[in-house]
Design a protein around this ligand. Sequence first.
Ligand code: NOJ
Length: 667
Amino acid sequence: MRNIYCVVCTFFLLAFFSCTREYRTTVTSPDGKIKVETGIEEGKPFYKIEKGDKKIIEKSFLGFILKGNDAFNKDFIIKNTEFKSFSEKWTQPWGEETTVDNTYNEMTLRIAEKSGKKRELSIVFRVFNDGVGFRYVFPKQPNLNDFTIMDEVTEFALVGNPQTWSIPTNHTNYFEHLYKKAPVTSLDTVCTPLTMQVNDSLYLAIHEANLTDYAGLNLTPKQGSSTLKADLTPWSTGEKVFAKTPFQTPWRTIIIARNPGDLMLSRLMLNLNEPSKITDTSWIQPGRYIGIWWGMHMEAYTWKQGPKHGATTANAMRYIDFAAKHGFSGVLVEGWNYGWDGDWSKDGTHFNFTKAYPDYDLAKVTEYAAKNHVKIIGHNETGGATKNYEAQLDSAFALYSKLGISCVKTGYVNPLLDHKEQHASQYGVRHYRKVIETAARYKIMIDNHEPMMPTGLQRTYPNLMSQEGVRGQEYDAWSPDGGNPPEHTTIIPFTRGLAGPMDFTPGTFKFENPVLPKTHVHTTLAKQLALAVVLFSPLQMASDMIENYEGNPAFEFITSCPTNWAKTVIPEAAIGDYLLVARKDRKSNNWFVGGITDENARKLSLSLSFLDKDKKYKAKLYRDGKGADYKTNPYPVDIEEIEVSSSSTLQLNLAPGGGIAIAITRE
Ligand code: NOJ
């Protein structure tokens, strides 16, 4: 009887809607605060978002232009709508917290062309308490089989002219750029995540989730207005996406937050990815490692063969000894294999991923590592030659798995893949997925450099540990502009960081640069420690050469700091100015705090109310010492141990470009 009632209802509703010009329907977040309204206006699908009485996204149109100037964004009528509610708590094998709440209300708008081919399209909206995700679904249908997307015309009509933090899409390789603060109307085409401040209590971030067999998202303002339009990364031939029904796009995501800290704590992107396809995740192990790495960037070693070759058996064994002594989980060895001798960044086709240089005994090194309970982290720089890499993937990963190498850092240094396609194009997206899936089959974790922008795939493939896609600390070794300014790390947790773990590689203990004296790390030593907590990455490298750590008491913070967390809180945050992050270790009751500032000295007060009530803790503070300053005097660090409890409040003084690191141990 109920079904009949529904059918009758639908019939009358359809009859009603086909007589009206505008059809509307809404869905709200579980807490009722965020409302999404959608419908068709003069044949064009649209959506709007409000939070309470505030407009977040004004009427914004949706749809596509397909090949042959075929508009798939107009002449639509609504077929029906469907609603669903969902709630679960899922566990992350690693992450910024153990459990993630995934609770949303969903609305699917099914539409079809009124005339002509009467092709169908659905738009699915999921509304969470912290924002909205929506995606297009192309059902299997007689008049839409293979199709080519030339343009996705999705709009985000912002209210007013919010300030944004962004990097430009064009002429930016691998998303390695300094973020600029500017009003939305002044933007060129920019990458996502695009973070913005609408007012003191409203922050937004637009990005995407689950980028699968599609092109990466960019945004471009429409004629200098504050309406942003999707701008997909094209193939070299101009098409954006080749597809076949049934097909679905990645989710378009909008985090809606009251403050910058809540942007960082949103798990909307992860929730919009599929659950893990890897059932036994016991081999996926976060950790802190060291590497034969900074030495190459500082020109003390070379990747290629020769008198300064870094990846020698003896050097690797020295790094293994150091790792074992200080409790590091792994040693990265770059430059171990054939392929580096010519100009590898121009032509990566000479890379061989199974053949070691004569002065590097791969079997001996991996055996020595195993004896010392340390893992070798393999390195596969491809120079962007993905075909060469794909041809060797299986044999390389089979070899690594035999030798106990369970993690590989990949790299794609070349502005184009195979001299043709962009990293964030559908071509690149397909390649990266192939590598992650193949690695999963061989139980290998991936740390991917020069990636497409991450979109939360680590939920589905938790062996995708960390990625670059950020202007990392290596720029402080060789960048002609002098390196990263102090404010850089007070911005990236709210921009690139929203896309997932960042392999930024902090950990410099020696600030002088003999090769380029004007280029150096623009922080104090205490800030280098703090970044180990602030910048989340389940695999994180203490990046300096090991000799620079010897005998420095501040090194204890790095060796004691975990990389996998049970809980994260953000006590203080202002984008581009300062940030305090507190994280609880997954394996103990201990907490670690990192606080950082930009070029300005700062006084912050930190309430430890996140600690367990009625428990005693010891806090070891690593503060900027007297006269510390990122420009002239980065080294002074005062180390002090005090008793604290959940009722303590600490007064923190951060030097210009400085920071604070605190290890809090429960007694
Ligand atoms: C760029 C990567 O970001 C860096 O970490 C690596 O050392 C070089 N490429 C060489 O692969």
